[in-house]
Write a protein that binds this ligand. Structure first.
Ligand SMILES: Nc1ncnc2c1ncn2[C@@H]1O[C@H](COP(=O)(O)OP(=O)(O)OP(=O)(O)O)[C@@H](O)[C@H]1O
Ligand SMILES: [Mg+2]
Length: 385
């Protein structure tokens, strides 16, 4: 996401730029509203956060928010604002007032609201897979669900859906290997220049797995995490959002500055973990952390690699129920032989053994996502009718 300041003396400017960078939105200073207008109307440039920091521009704020509400959120930074100006600004639904004295606390809060939902209601659903620790099978589950939902015939709410799977493990992502595609998502190439992101470039970044499934997977070369600014990721999601009915995101396990904002802006989050005692503890901890966020609306806990008995029943079912009782949760069995067979064939399990027991467990995760993702699409259709 891009962000701009208009009208500021250099001292306040550097304070605001520092604050904005700390929450992941490096800022550009623009000399006038005319230049800003040109930036906001540039085709395909994505949404922008606008900070108006000159008292003489306060009156302009509501006009700006009303005119560019689709593409921008306007924040007036001022110690006071006339009540009429404030009402007009808030009524646009695309603006807010923040006082200098409290901007360290309030600005991050406003930015988080602005980033929710990331796709501004214009695209499909974003479902983020968040691992509670490393190696739990997050990437495998994202890949299998993507293949499953993109391949199914006119069944449920997502019939004929266009799906994107997005690997945000910039240091050592394995999605490309799992789906045996050539990774092309080289976001570091445009580090610091989110304005270069347009339809054409996102096309170059994508690898087609199947007719309805595009994969964005980073190439296996060392990337400095500082090169991947959060606004680059959010701008990218904004750009691809309208092209897909569903975007599945594979998050890395270390918490980075932008991961909570991304989860908050998603339509649903799938928190993945494993069924060992420490694994379940980590899963519960991660779920409690997410309870503190304002969104997303729906959350599913997936306990992967769960042990089963000879009859195929989950050995720790009762313990999982006790720990996760009241939360949506699905257990997915451990089946190393099937996973290995798929890996050696260079294919996802949904191609090699879709009807096995592990395949059926994963199908339940896909069904949950399908129900969540179908909802916004259906609502959009109803309101358009
Ligand atoms: N249900 C399962 N049964 C058996 N093996 C599994 C299962 N799910 C995943 N695996 C295996 O576990 C390993 C780790 O899976 P994966 O790479 O998907 O995890 P991850 O959470 O994405 O890891 P990372 O933290 O490295 O990104 C892989 O070898 C995968 O084949
Ligand atoms: Mg992974």
């Amino acid at each position: 996401m891009r962000s701009f300041i208009v009208g500021l003396d250099p001292g306040e400017g550097s304070r605001l730029a520092r604050l904005s960078s700390a929450i992941g939105f490096p800022i550009g200073v623009l000399p006038s509203l005319e230049v800003l207008g040109a930036e906001l109307t540039r085709p395909g440039a994505g949404r922008a956060l606008v900070l108006l920091a000159d008292p003489s521009l306060t009156r302009e704020a509501s006009r700006l928010a009303a005119a560019h509400g689709e593409a921008a959120f306007v924040v007036v930074l001022a110690d006071t604002i006339h009540p009429d100006d404030y009402k007009a600004l808030v009524r646009t639904g695309a603006g807010e007032w923040v006082q200098w004295g409290s901007c360290d606390v309030e600005l991050p809060e406003v930015v988080r609201r602005f980033a929710t939902p990331i796709h501004g209601g214009t695209g499909g659903s974003i479902v983020t897979f968040a691992p509670s620790k490393g190696g739990v099978g997050n990437t495998s589950l994202v890949a299998e669900v993507g293949v499953l939902l993109s391949g199914q015939k006119a069944a449920g709410g997502l019939a004929a859906a266009r799906i994107a799977v997005l690997d945000l493990n910039f240091q050592g992502g394995t999605l490309a290997d799992t789906l045996a595609i050539e990774p092309r998502f080289d976001l570091a190439e445009i580090a610091g220049r989110p304005e270069r992101l347009d339809e054409q470039l996102t096309e170059v970044f994508s690898s087609r797995y199947a007719d309805k499934l595009d994969v964005f997977a980073p190439p296996p070369r060392p990337v400095m995490l500082d090169d991947i600014a959060p606004n680059l990721i959010f701008t990218f999601l904004d750009t691809i959002g309208p092209r897909y009915d569903l975007v599945l995101v594979d998050l890395p396990s270390p918490a980075l500055g932008w991961t909570e904002t991304l989860i908050d802006g998603s339509d649903a989050v799938v928190v993945t973990g494993i069924a060992t005692v420490p694994g379940l503890r980590r899963l519960c901890d991660r779920l409690s952390q997410l309870d503190g966020l304002s969104g997303p609306a729906r959350c599913l806990a997936v306990v992967n690699q769960a042990e089963t008995d000879l009859m195929g029943r989950f050995v720790r079912r009762a313990e999982v129920d006790r720990l996760l009782g009241g939360r949506d949760n699905i257990l997915v069995r451990r089946d190393c032989a099937s996973m290995e067979m798929a890996a050696n064939a260079g294919q996802p399990l949904m191609e090699t053994a879709p009807d096995g027991r592990l395949g059926r467990d994963i199908r339940r995760v896909a069904k949950w996502i399908e129900a969540v993702a179908a909802r916004p699409a259906r609502l959009a259709k109803e309101s358009a009718a």
